[in-house]
Ligand binder design. Sequence first.
Ligand SMILES: *[C@@H]1O[C@H](CO)[C@@H](O)[C@H](O)[C@H]1NC(C)=O
Length: 233
Amino acid sequence: MLPTHALAALAPAAAVLLLARTAGADSTGTTTRYWDCCKPSCAWPGKASLAEGPVRTCNKNDQPLSDGGATKSGCQSGGGAYMCSSQSPWAVNDTVAYGYAAVRIAGSSESQWCCACYALTFTSGPVQGKTLVVQATNTGGDLGSNHFDLAIPGGGVGEFNACTQQYGAPPNGWGDRYGGVHTAADCASFPAALKPGCEWRFGWFAGADNPSVTFHEVSCPSELTAKTGCRRN
Ligand SMILES: *[C@@H]1O[C@H](CO)[C@@H](O)[C@H](O)[C@H]1NC(C)=O
């Protein structure tokens, strides 16, 4: 049981967001980061019951495809659908940012998380106390449970890499295959469309390295769904 003053200390963080909480208490989770340029999993048709969707993808030139999700991923041979640069994170203010993530939630499945939104409040590292609201655009087969793999340009391509095909990135992506670039200066040579998202990591995100979170589902801000064109029923 927390003493009353501890609850009072927690209150400001909870008050930061006025977004409607769609369910229950906070859970704890972990984060990593990635940007592999691949078509995200929730961009395929039929993943969840959607009012609008699936998640928008882009062609090699970062122009939106209007294909109903049919185009093969740039990570498959002969594929031509990539993650749109607009699905990069951005700061709303000093304490709140918006972005996208690959998700895996304990006891849940894609039909429940595709295009759902979660408020993640960081509980470790230099971003402790800040809140990132993400829309789930992707699923990580390799993720642990309650794991959010944050989509951050230059965050590392991980297992798959379509960034070489789409942007001429080095064979293992920019920086390390896992973890990506190391400093804001490394973002300088990025394609213009990905540069702000790369720099966000060293600005609002303070260069945090896989910080832990507490999280709960929230109703999606329209700023997030406008960029993906994906809304749940
Ligand atoms: C930051 O933005 C969020 C979301 O719009 C808002 O709820 C919050 O009040 C803002 N915080 C500050 C300190 O401006």
